[in-house]
Design a protein around this ligand. Structure first.
Ligand SMILES: Nc1ncnc2c1ncn2[C@@H]1O[C@H](COP(=O)(O)OP(=O)(O)O)[C@@H](O)[C@H]1O
Ligand SMILES: [Mg+2]
Length: 287
């Protein structure tokens, strides 16, 4: 290693020390609203800005983060719990540096009382091998499972994705209602997906936030919107995130705005490291 390389590494280390470790859970009431596409493209956007990002695919019913990145995960957290696999075998590091942790049915196993202390310890020690991360993004399954609630409970921020269809809005409302009732109030923000323009996004947000203010007596924050863009479907078919193949597309610009907004707002990180985070998560899941 030459002097310049040494210096570069030192600077990187210093930068990393400045950034608090941050966990963002992405959830939705209804499925098919664009949660996974939002998550992976946000990850790409953060990574492009120099953050070190990992995605945990916690949608045990329809895990597809790997597919949207054009890879196929062979193992998941399930195999750490039941087949003695290691984190190296389970996780993937993409060319762009993003780390992917497939959850598989190991995620739903976490709330299972049959998972004994020993297995939980093993899982924690494997998960802790994912280090040097600034940001962990969690793509959850749709709806109101205990798993989703727990992932929201231990996150620093929760982003709820919805589109403007009434069914998607009522399901988003239902999810927010449960989060609030369960006292999971940690910085919930809304992303409105598949809108024609900024006005439709604002109107949709206003509708939902009004209902939340009236019936739940809470204010919900607006994070941003993503326009309905044919490039999204095209990117899905090519299994490459749209922010990578179509960086100039409308949808990519929307993602970029959202990532700026997120980086611009400081949050109180509740965990200082991935180990601390997973330790909390595993504890809360096993209750
Ligand atoms: N902004 C968008 N513009 C156009 N199509 C979109 C957009 N967001 C999502 N989609 C379409 O919706 C489909 C489902 O998205 P996905 O991210 O898999 O949803 P979820 O994870 O919520 O189930 C995608 O395959 C894509 O075709
Ligand atoms: Mg999904």
């Amino acid at each position: 290693m030459d002097q310049a390389e040494k210096l570069r590494r030192l600077m990187e280390k210093k930068d990393a020390e400045k950034k608090p470790f941050r966990v963002i859970t992405v959830a939705s009431g209804k499925g098919g609203v664009g949660k996974t596409n939002f998550t992976i493209n946000l990850a790409v956007s953060f990574q492009k800005r120099g953050l070190r990002v990992a995605i945990l695919d916690a949608d045990f019913g329809m895990a597809n983060v790997d597919i949207l990145f054009g890879i196929r995960a062979k193992y998941s957290i399930y195999d750490i719990l039941h087949n003695n696999k290691s984190m190296e075998e389970v996780s993937a590091i993409l060319d762009n540096g993003i780390k992917i942790i497939p959850g598989g049915s190991g995620i739903s196993d976490l709330v299972d009382i049959d998972i004994d202390i020993e297995k939980r310890e093993k899982l924690l020690s494997e998960l802790s091998k994912i280090n040097n991360i600034d940001l962990l993004l969690i793509d959850t399954g749709a709806g109101l499972s205990p798993v989703v609630l727990n992932f929201s409970r231990v996150a620093d921020e929760v982003i709820i994705v919805t589109n403007s269809e009434p069914t998607s809005l009522t399901d988003a409302y239902g999810l927010i209602k449960v989060l609030i009732t369960e006292n999971i109030n940690n910085n919930i923000r809304l992303v409105i997906n598949r809108v024609k323009n900024v006005r439709e996004a604002q109107e949709t947000f206003n509708k939902l936030s009004k209902a939340i203010a009236v019936f739940l007596k809470t204010n919900i924050k607006y994070l941003g919107f993503i326009i309905d863009d044919e490039k999204v479907g095209q990117a899905v078919r090519q299994q490459i995130p749209f922010t990578e193949i179509y960086p100039k597309s409308g949808a990519s610009q929307c993602i970029s705005k959202i990532s700026s907004e997120l980086l611009g707002t400081e949050t109180k990180s509740s965990s200082t490291s991935i180990k601390e985070y997973f330790s909390k998560l595993i504890k809360i899941m096993g209750r």
